[in-house]
Design a protein around this ligand. Sequence first.
Ligand code: ATP
Length: 361
Amino acid sequence: MSDIHIDGLTKEFDDVTAVDDISFDVDSGEFLVLVGPSGCGKSTTLRMIAGLEDITSGELRIGERRVNELAPKERNIAMVFQNYALYPHMTSAENMKFGMKSVSDYTSEEINERVRKAADILDIPELLDRKPSELSGGERQRVAIGRAIVREPDVFLLDEPLSNLDAKLRVQMRAELLQLHRELDATTVYVTHDQTEAMTLGDRVAVLNDGQIEQVDPPQMLYDFPDTRFVAEFIGSPAMNIVPIDLAFGDGAVAHHESFELSLPNPELFTERPDSAYFGVRPEDVSLVDNVAGDPETFEAEVSVTEPLGESLLVHCLLGGDELHVKAEARTELDAGDTVELCVDEERLHVFDDAGDAIYH
Ligand code: ATP
């Protein structure tokens, strides 16, 4: 078994707490993505799993073994770095073999066989005799992944492996990584700051913020039911709209804003009943409706800017002093200053309390 158990893991650098008491598990064979903004502690977490960074406190187990004190080479993990970390004077084959040199118990025939096998999986047999300077960025990345594969590790750790590639190649490599994961079925922890990459690759995604875990869930769960305002705004592009509201609870629950009033359809779902809160709705869950003035379910807003996104039109609307982004059909004819009538999908609303925790969705 190569599941990973992380319990209360903390890393302090002098007066900086880079990772602050985080706990989560990665199941055997699972692809878990660590995502969050720059400086939130993703790489430090990965480096602690790899054994490249001492653990200040907490426990790390891989399978049944506590590995806190084990050297990297005793953990049976392989790591792929953002900058590939290939040796420039070595060919691809030599770089890939180098991943195994520290592992003593193999004959050179066994090592060559593993390199050939990894090269086949990655479709790079013709690149084995070239040096890194003779490879494109994407090819170098394949060699770096090949070096990890030849070790046949229990756990793959990848730190922003696609960030040096251009956008098109990134999308292609994303699909290849998924395919590779299906073939190898190895436990994988993947670090990225890119929420699209996180959503497309992860069986589950752990969102980190300021050294702490905000939520660990499958991608669609994060998107549909963010536990916190941070997750709601970080996952999804364009981001979820967040607008301050007052709340009134009687027979039902009503959200009041200077520009609209909405009945929330399932008041029993509220986990708290504060007087004021923040209302969240994704741009695709707000629609432009033909003028039905007087309909209590719709409200007026003024268009401030329109942004054509190709497949849709993002309309920035002014709601009193707040902004609401609406995803409208592409080629909708609108100009700044126009008045539009909006309607929200009331089954897809979120409410967050002042502390940023979800209290309704
Ligand atoms: P990025 O996406 O920018 O790589 P990250 O989420 O991977 O960011 P980390 O590199 O883990 O973030 O850094 C977390 C925090 O710890 C940051 O505040 C960083 O400045 C700090 N930090 C990281 N390494 C060290 C170090 N060796 N000494 C002191 N502080 C460090």
